[in-house]
Ligand binder design. Structure first.
Ligand SMILES: Nc1ncnc2c1ncn2[C@@H]1O[C@H](COP(=O)(O)OP(=O)(O)OP(=O)(O)O)[C@@H](O)[C@H]1O
Length: 252
């Protein structure tokens, strides 16, 4: 199985402070990996290092076997950053924003029928087909999030990297995302998600990696197959495990 995303002993600093302190993370073809951890533990920085948006001060970040600093095949990567909006101050419809996600695949050709079909498919997958001609300015926060997910899907990438895709998204939309990701995984797409809780995505996750203070605190293989007590995020010696949050339900 090809290694799609690899962080090997990655360190990174922001504002002069160490934020990643030797993070190891591997996502292989067709795997879904969740990055969990408390606020400020370094999850977003880790995924931003994986896509070359944060410089790595030690160790190595690689995509599809190439060091990120030399990686050029960005059409293979669909990235949904945290808490961004699809509206850049310029009025645009949902279809226009999602079409932008197709540009990397298109190269210098004009948009063809296959491109338009991929855009419509992506909009349909996130349940916004009836709103495709609406301005993104008129959308709620959760609907914005869905547009950004559709934009990433439209490029038919080989890996989807999503930073908190469930944030501000209602339960129905979370289920839509779970179904969408399942279909992508079945096609062999790899998925890396930053999450606060696994929620409806739990059955899809092959590996949950918990960060604490810029380090990997623990890794749980197939968290969906474990009873909740075994995925609890507390040391085994903790006298009151039931009072602590778990991977399944807790805010980590
Ligand atoms: N631009 C920045 N300049 C300085 N420090 C930063 C910057 N961005 C993030 N940090 C710090 O880096 C640490 C890790 O931040 P990061 O956003 O990676 O955490 P996170 O685990 O994704 O948190 P959350 O769950 O709140 O999104 C935090 O202490 C944060 O304050």
């Amino acid at each position: 199985m090809e290694t799609v995303i690899s962080l090997a002993k990655v360190t990174a600093e922001l504002g002069g402070r160490p934020v990643l302190r030797g993070v190891d993370l591997t996502v292989r073809t067709g795997e879904a990996v969740a990055l969990l951890g408390a606020n400020g533990s370094g999850k977003s920085t880790a995924v931003r290092a994986a896509v070359g948006q944060v410089p790595v001060t030690g160790g190595e970040a690689a995509l599809f076997g190439s060091p990120v600093r030399r990686f050029r095949d960005w059409a293979r990567v669909g990235y949904v950053p945290q808490r961004s909006t699809a509206a850049g101050g310029v009025p645009a419809t949902i279809r226009e924003v999602v079409t932008a996600g197709r540009l990397g695949r298109r190269r210098l050709r004009p948009l063809g029928r296959a491109d338009r079909a991929a855009v419509d498919r992506a909009i349909g997958l996130v349940g916004l087909a009836d709103r495709a001609s609406d301005s993104v300015d008129a959308l709620s926060g959760g609907q914005h999030q869905r547009v950004l997910i559709a934009r990433a899907l439209a490029g038919e990438p080989d890996v989807l990297i999503m930073d908190e895709p469930l944030a501000g998204v209602d339960l129905d939309s979370q289920q839509v995302l779970a179904r969408t990701l399942r279909a992508q995984l079945e096609r062999g797409v790899s998925v890396l998600l930053v999450l606060h809780e696994l929620g409806p995505l739990q059955p899809l996750i092959d590996r949950a990696v918990v960060l604490a203070d810029g380090r990997v605190q623990r890794t749980v293989e197939h968290p969906g197959r474990l009873p909740e007590t075994q995925t609890a995020c507390h040391p085994p010696t903790d006298p009151e495990p039931s009072a602590r949050p778990t991977l399944q339900t807790g805010i980590l």
